[in-house]
Every structure is written in structure tokens, then in C-alpha cells.
Design a protein around this ligand. Sequence first.
Ligand code: F6R
Length: 258
Amino acid sequence: MEVIIKPNPEEVSREAAGLFRRQLRRKPDSVLGLATGSTPVELYRKLVAMVRCGEVSFAHATCFNLDEYAGLPADHPRSYACFMREHLFSHIRVAQWFIPDGLAKDVATHCEEYEYRIRDCGGIDLQLLGIGSDGHIGFNEPGSSLASRTRIKTLTARTVADNARFFDSAEAVPRHVITMGVGTIMEARHCLVLATGESKAAAVAAMVEGPVTASVPASALQMHPVCTLVVDEAAAKLLQRTEYYRWVYDNKPSWQRP
Ligand code: F6R
């Protein structure tokens, strides 16, 4: 896993935007996996700006979102479908975009179809991920099978509390989500994890330097052949090998840079 430590969230987003630009320039019809939450908001703002000035285009790209709240319609203001339209898709042209349907009647079949669609599009080239303070990726909460596929999951009380800021109260946060599984995420060709702020420091340390365990689903990424983690100083605070991560980054060959 490559660990890139940046001074602040702004620089984290800039690095991530560079990786998206590189991916889309190399392969304009890339299949991109996208995340919601606070962490990628600035990245999406940068991508919209890049599209507007012609630096990059999503016009041939296909996007798949990681997850959606079960029970929320796509036009609900707190749905992730709405989030994605607000922050990205109402501002740019994209060939295709998919997100799990929070109102799917037959959830199991819907999840199978979502997986099928990802495979049918050729698999995900670049998967963007945030990390929960409890170590989740997508909404694969601690204890999730590291081989799991897209399915319904119950959020932990901690994630409900973390996400209450987007709702009027914690009671209003749905308890269930439809999420890609850890196994689904692990099939992406490149995983890009972003983490900012001190509240993520323990989860980041467990993900990178702890044992691979279903108790920290993000730790499965230690087994991924091409995973990049971009963190700010605050989120890197509990990492032990920061000197080496910085050394690797400073000595990175130019052809490996975005
Ligand atoms: C969102 C998702 C989650 C978030 C994570 C961090 O689609 O899959 O795993 O990435 O909960 O959320 P923020 O960025 O709000 O701290």
C-alpha cells in the first residue's frame, strides 16, 4: 500500500484529483467507483472545475457508487443519489452512472444485478473510498466478511452517530444501507482511500499497520495489489512508519507521479 501524507485536506483532495485526471486521460472510458460523505466533497469540486476548463472529461466514463441508504428514494435530499447529483453529476457530463436503489423491492436480486453490471462494464478501474472512524469501507462495518459482495448491511450505532450531522437527528438516520462488499471493492484495479482529520487517525493506523482482520474491514486493503492511501497530517498522527512513507513519496520516479 502506498501511503501519501499531505499537510492538509486541501492537498489531499488535490493529490486525489490528480490521480483521477491521470486515470481518465489514460483511459477516457474508465469505470470509476465513487464514495459519498464529507471527505470527497472538495475532490468533486476540483473535478468539476477540471471538467469545466477542459482538463479532464467524464463523458465516456461509467461510474458506480459504493452505497445508498435503504428506504430513501433517489430524490430524498439525504440520499446518496441526491448527494452525488449535488456535488458532481449535475455539473458534468458522464456516460453512465449507477447507484444502488434504496427502494429496491427485491434487495437480493438488485444487489446481484449491481454486481453483474459492474462486471459487464469491465470491472472498476479506480475505486474511491473514505474510511469510517470504526474502520469501515463502503458500509462494511466491523465484522463484515472480507469476501462479502453487494448486500444490505446494518449500520453500527457509531456510524449512525457519525452520520447524524447530515440529518436532523440521529433517529432520522436510516439503520440499513445497500453497500458493495469488501470482496467487490477488492476487485477494483486501483483503490484510492482518502482520510482527513484526527477522528480518522485510529482507523487509519489500524488499516495500514494493524493486522488484517474483519474487525477493521479497511485492513483488507493490505492485501490489495494497488492501493493508494492519501491522508492529512491529522489522520496520519497514529501511524508508526511515517518517515518511510514520506521517503518513498519523495523518491517516487517521475513516471509514477500523476
Ligand atoms: C460513503 C462510504 C463511507 C464513507 C465513510 C467516511 O459512500 O462508503 O464508507 O466514506 O463513512 O465518511 P466521511 O467522509 O463523511 O467521514
